[in-house]
Design a protein around this ligand. Structure first.
Ligand SMILES: [Ca+2]
Ligand SMILES: [Ca+2]
Length: 161
């Protein structure tokens, strides 16, 4: 066996007790998905491109459980400044005003949980974020402002028993 492969297998056996699938370093896992909370801010379009470059997409939220997981992570990360931060996710109504779709799939949102008073920016708010001052529920904002963002990818399968 190739010595590098042998070393890799040894590391997997040693260090990943679950042994089947995992998230890359720096990502957190929830129900077979991995999430990366950015350390820097960018426009929605830049955030979208950065997630793609990392073999992922801006976060697509499809259930209350998933949103509650993200809310709890964000409240932990921002326990001292939650009311001042917002995180871009994949939703947009750039195509048709007030028809919110996931950019990744082009499909209309099946789950939506707006913060109080949102969406409120009409034609100047066409990109979706999780809004700290609104308990990290969904909000619309100008796609060109600089916010944090959440990338999402599927588990990396290790693929053997
Ligand atoms: Ca809009
Ligand atoms: Ca708004």
């Amino acid at each position: 066996m190739d010595s590098r492969l042998s070393l890799l297998l040894t590391l997997i056996v040693c260090c990943i007790p679950e042994g089947l699938a995992s998230c890359r370093n720096g990502w957190v896992s929830f129900e077979n998905n991995c999430y990366l909370f950015s350390h820097g801010k960018s426009t929605w379009g830049e955030a979208f491109a950065t997630c793609l470059a990392l073999h992922s997409n801006l976060a697509v939220i499809t259930s209350a459980d998933e949103q509650n997981f993200l809310i709890s992570e964000l409240k932990h990360i921002h326990r001292h400044d939650a009311s001042h931060v917002l995180y871009w996710i994949d939703g947009t109504d750039l195509e048709v005003e007030n028809v919110w779709k996931w950019a990744q799939t082009g499909e209309e949102l099946t789950y939506i949980n707006w913060a109080d008073g949102e969406p409120n920016n009409a034609l100047s708010g066409n990109c979706m974020n999780l809004y700290g001052a609104g308990g990290f529920k969904m909000a619309d904002d100008d796609c060109d402002i600089h916010l944090y963002y959440i990338c999402q990818s599927e588990y990396v399968s290790i693929g053997w028993y």
